[in-house]
Design a protein around this ligand. Structure first.
Ligand code: ARG
Length: 657
């Protein structure tokens, strides 16, 4: 049961008599910040009283008296400027928590009216190795998928793989000119990745070489403007001074920007020129950018050689992705990549033209959204369809065929503009009932607060990242073993298994516990810490609770199936029970704005409530059998709630660590 919703519903019945928009008032009923004020607090009386020109305190009293809460709460207290403080009856919590302790779903009843969700996540561009940038989408998307499903919705996960883009032209070009056959036979995906990097480096070299003279000129120009500005005397007028300072600052940042571009171009050139083999290749392939683009166009135009190569590469690429997803424990119901929508693109463009939404501009076909400068290009001048076109075709398919009510796009914040244009175009196109959401997320940063890179400046490969996490986790497991008072208990195979769960769990939890929209700094030490808000802490907490049952030789299933009830005598027992009863409310909260960090916060607090309970309330050595059985049941529910919560985040638990 979602208690918060229950309380809000009860207030709602009364508030309809006071306001046209009772929902905006009931959202002001929230969990109390301070336990002194009870368990929940309603703050709507102040604004409502203002609207109605009455005394807020009197209004709060009047409403509190009318709401039927007697079974649930102690008599409400009205305090301060008109706050209504609600304290749940301990008897009520007792009944709830006892029911939950005997319920396989830990008290979370499925939604009465399920909706059809499609969660579009991970969605890497294939034939390039997966890197750290793919982590957030995979982890956040998977968690949302699991939570929605557990809540009882009809959910489809779809990996919208980029399998038809310009990277294929690059790989095909590389394959035709630079292939190392032996390497390809031994490790096809590794060799394709090498070819991609090589072509990309050679393209980068030519591009930089073409741009550098212009960039240098631009730099000289901004430097000279900057010098002139700095040399001219500072005006005496305050306002003019401010303006001058502002323009100096702007010049300085412009100079820094151009100077960054110059050095990055120079670096790319130096890297190739410093290597005789690369330089020779660059000289032999002066038109590589254009040629690689042509390979993509040929593939799009069904050129048999390029299509055959695509068909040869794809199974290898998909298998490599699959291995990564297996390791991460991520599963997809569908993996309809961009290529799947190719046959539908022409009709999308025709449809939008016929609807008067798409028009020709400079030879391209575009949708213009009033108020947005950038056009949404759905067919380029050369006839090529775009990322936008295939996303529009995808929406049509998801709504018409799959009957989606909601589509979540778990994608980097940098694609925000694309999704704004996409959703607005879809709405005008007639797809105005479906709820399209960009569940956007920030960047993972390194210690230097720039996007996380390896020491040599390359993007961090996902596989090596996971390997390192597991290696570090192994050290923690070994250390923990060597410190056990009765000596080491776990064999090699168990340690390997635990290290995999702990390492991968740490990476996932560190990501999920952030506000998804903010950038965060990747830190091994923080994410693998044994105390604090980490997966490692949660996993050990879980194993510790399980340890109680092992030590007491308790049959947990029999305990759950018994008619044993829970008694809440100590304040720590009440606090833990209340926390457990709020599991459903938490999961509902996660899907309001698609924020898994609400669940990590909840689990961390639950583990802390358990610690306080465990310090204050002996379980196996309780004073009497009744208390012992009640506390065991509470401990069992705690372990199940933490285990279920972690599993909804895609994090494994281990009974014995
Ligand atoms: N393949 C894209 C990329 O790597 C992400 C796709 C996200 N999903 C979508 N329907 N656009 O940037």
């Amino acid at each position: 049961m979602n208690i918060l919703r229950e309380i809000r519903d009860r207030f709602h019945t009364v508030l309809v008599g006071y306001s046209d928009a009772p929902e905006t008032l009931t959202t002001l009923i929230r969990p109390a910040q301070d336990a002194k004020h009870g368990d929940f607090q309603a703050n709507f009386a102040m604004s409502l009283a203002k609207q109605r020109g009455v005394n807020p305190l009197a209004l709060a009293k009047e409403i509190a008296d009318k709401v039927a809460l007697a079974d649930l709460c102690e008599p409400p207290e009205v305090a301060g400027a008109g706050f209504i403080n609600l304290r749940l009856k301990t008897d009520w919590i007792t009944t709830q928590v006892t029911a939950q302790a005997h319920d396989a779903r830990c008290g979370v009843n499925p939604v009465p009216a399920p909706r059809k969700y499609i969660v579009d996540f991970s969605s890497p561009n294939v034939a390039k190795p997966m890197h750290v940038g793919h982590l957030r989408s995979s982890v956040i998307g998977d968690a949302l998928y699991r939570v929605l499903k557990f809540l009882g919705h009809d959910v489809i996960s779809d990996n919208h793989i980029g399998d038809w883009g310009t990277q294929f032209g690059m790989i095909i070009y590389g394959y035709k000119h630079f292939l190392d056959s032996a390497a390809y036979d031994a490790n096809p995906v590794g060799e394709l990745a090498r070819l991609y990097r090589l072509v990309s480096q050679l393209e980068g070299y030519h591009e930089a070489a073409a741009e550098l003279p212009g960039l240098r000129e631009k730099l000289a120009d901004v430097e000279s403007r900057n010098r002139t500005a700095q040399q001219s005397p500072m005006p005496t007028d305050k306002k003019e001074q401010e303006a001058r300072k502002k323009s100096l600052k702007q010049l300085a940042s412009e100079q820094a920007g151009v100077s960054d571009k110059v050095s990055s171009a120079a670096k790319k050139i130096a890297a190739v020129e410093g290597d005789a083999t690369l330089l020779a290749l660059a000289r032999q392939h002066p038109g590589i950018i254009e040629e690689a683009r042509l390979e993509t166009s040929r593939m799009h135009a069904s050129d048999p050689t390029n299509i055959a190569l695509w068909n040869q590469f794809m199974p290898e690429c998909l298998a490599a992705l699959g291995r990564m997803y297996d390791r991460l424990g991520v599963r997809f119901d569908l993996a309809l990549g961009e290529s799947h929508y190719q046959p539908m693109l022409a009709s999308v463009v025709e449809d939008l033209k016929a609807a008067g939404l798409a028009v020709e501009s400079d030879g391209a076909i575009c949708v213009f959204i009033p108020g947005v400068d950038a056009p949404f290009i759905i067919r380029k001048r050369d006839g090529a369809y775009t990322y936008a076109t295939s996303d529009l075709a995808t929406i049509r398919d998801r709504v018409d065929r799959l009957k989606a009510d909601v589509v979540l796009y778990v994608v980097d914040a940098r694609q925000g503009d694309h999704f704004k244009l996409l959703f607005e175009t879809a709405r005008r196109w007639g797809y105005d009932k479906v709820d399209l959401r960009h569940v956007s997320f920030g960047t993972i940063l390194g210690d230097d607060r720039r996007p996380f890179k390896t020491r040599s400046g390359d993007t961090v490969g996902l596989e090596s990242l996971i390997d390192e996490a597991v290696t570090r986790a192994r050290k923690i497991v070994d250390d923990n073993e060597s410190q056990k008072p009765q000596g080491a208990e776990l064999d090699e195979a168990t340690r390997t298994e635990i290290s995999e769960s702990v390492g991968i769990g740490a990476i996932k939890y560190a990501d999920l516990s952030q506000n998804r929209e903010t950038d965060y700094v990747f830190s091994w030490d923080k994410m693998l810490a044994l105390s604090g808000d980490t997966a490692t802490y949660m996993q050990y907490a879980y194993a510790r609770v399980c340890g109680i049952f092992r030590r007491g030789d308790i049959d947990r299933v029999a305990l759950r199936q018994s008619s044993q009830s829970i008694r809440l005598e100590h304040p720590a027992e009440r606090a833990l029970a209340l926390q457990l009863v709020r599991f459903h409310e938490t999961l509902d909260g996660v899907v309001v704005d698609y924020r898994p960090n609400l669940l990590t916060n909840y689990l961390f607090e639950t583990a802390n409530c358990f610690s306080t309970f465990f310090e204050n309330c002996p379980v196996l050595k309780a004073d009497n059998d009744e208390s012992r059985a009640s506390r065991l049941l509470l401990a069992d529910l705690t372990a199940r709630t933490i285990g279920q919560g972690l599993s909804l985040l895609g994090i494994e638990t281990i009974e014995k660590m």
